[in-house]
Design a protein around this ligand. Structure first.
Ligand code: PEP
Ligand code: MG
Length: 312
């Protein structure tokens, strides 16, 4: 029985009507990647590269970064890894990339904004990404992007890293943008013209859509990713993007999320390693002929509880 469960977990998942949904793992260390592989993840849908940068006095060199990215890919048996560029700033300061004190760190110099402000730091990370992308399937994605100009500048920096590595364009390299800022969700059509995929980070998207700081216990009831306002942003992104849209926020691991999100058009989910087998089973239980119309109806619900009631 255990062998059968492992086999199911390791097999790709599709809805009952046969639509494939990639189920990846969110990883923040090589150890996480090992767990993701054991749990049957199809890929690493989000590698939070911050762990390499925090709690040290100097940035990691290109070689050290490449070595860790390589080990993550190896732990996953050569499955695709989605390297998110450094997502710090504001509440997660770096000693070697200082910025001014901010009254509202979540609205400050974080994610791609911090990388843009520290081009050498960004360039080194992109060289490590490109180096490993010559060896194994790699996607790279940029966090906290609000404007197309930010994405184009990041792509420019990536193109410079490709030139600096001197081996041409890595064959399997895909470039994605995270959708965490409501304005970015609404501009999905434009982002889709300049990216291979969009990855919705529902943790931040929820905090910004509802103006409710994530992790603030006084606002826990408000910061609900099932809020129809949040789901409308996700649904719009799926309809407008013209490229695959995936979700890598905590919402993706909720037992009801597979039906809601695939019903809206999401075709990839990335969750904590331990949640991979259950999310695959949830995907296999989805009938899109039912979930599609139900997800549309959910957009008109009064509130998050109304959405959950529809998918109970
Ligand atoms: C998110 O914001 O949903 C996300 C996946 O990124 P993080 O949780 O690392 O901010
Ligand atoms: Mg985020």
């Amino acid at each position: 029985r255990r062998g059968r469960a492992l086999e199911r977990a390791a097999s790709p998942a599709a809805t009952r009507d046969g639509v494939a949904v990639a189920v990846g793992a969110n990883v923040g260390s090589v150890r996480d990647a090992e767990q993701a592989a054991a749990a049957g993840a199809d890929l690493a849908g989000l590698v939070r590269t911050e762990f390499l940068f925090l709690d040290r006095s100097r940035a990691p060199e290109v070689d050290e970064q490449a070595d860790v990215y390589r080990r993550i890919a190896a732990a996953l048996g050569g499955r695709r890894i989605t390297l998110r560029t450094l997502d710090v700033g504001g509440d997660k300061p770096l000693r070697y990339a200082p910025g001014p004190a901010e009254a509202n760190p979540y609205l400050g110099v974080r994610g791609i904004r911090l990388s843009a402000a520290h081009p050498r730091l960004f360039a080194a990370q992109l060289r490590a990404v490109v180096r490993v992308a010559h060896e194994t399937p790699v996607s790279v994605m940029f966090p906290m992007v609000a404007t197309v100009a930010e994405l184009l500048r990041a792509r420019q920096a990536l193109a410079e890293a490709v030139r600096a590595e001197g081996r041409g364009e890595p064959a399997g390299l895909l470039v994605g943008v995270m959708v965490e800022v409501p304005a970015a969700a609404l501009k999905a059509a434009a982002f889709g013209r300049h990216a291979d995929f969009l990855s919705v980070g529902t943790n931040d998207l929820t905090q910004y859509a509802l103006a409710a700081e994530r992790g603030n216990p006084a606002l826990a009831g408000l910061a609900d990713p099932f809020d129809p306002g949040v789901l409308r942003l996700v649904g719009h992104a799926c309809r407008a993007a013209g490229v695959p849209v995936t979700v890598c926020g905590e919402l993706a691991a909720d037992e009801r999320a597979a039906a809601v999100l695939t019903g809206l058009g999401v075709r990839g989910l990335s969750v904590a390693p331990g949640a991979v087998p259950l999310v695959k089973e949830a995907v296999r239980a989805v009938d899109l002929a039912v979930a599609g119309p139900r997800a549309q109806a959910a957009l008109d619900a009064d509130d998050a509880d109304g959405v959950r009631a529809l998918f109970a």
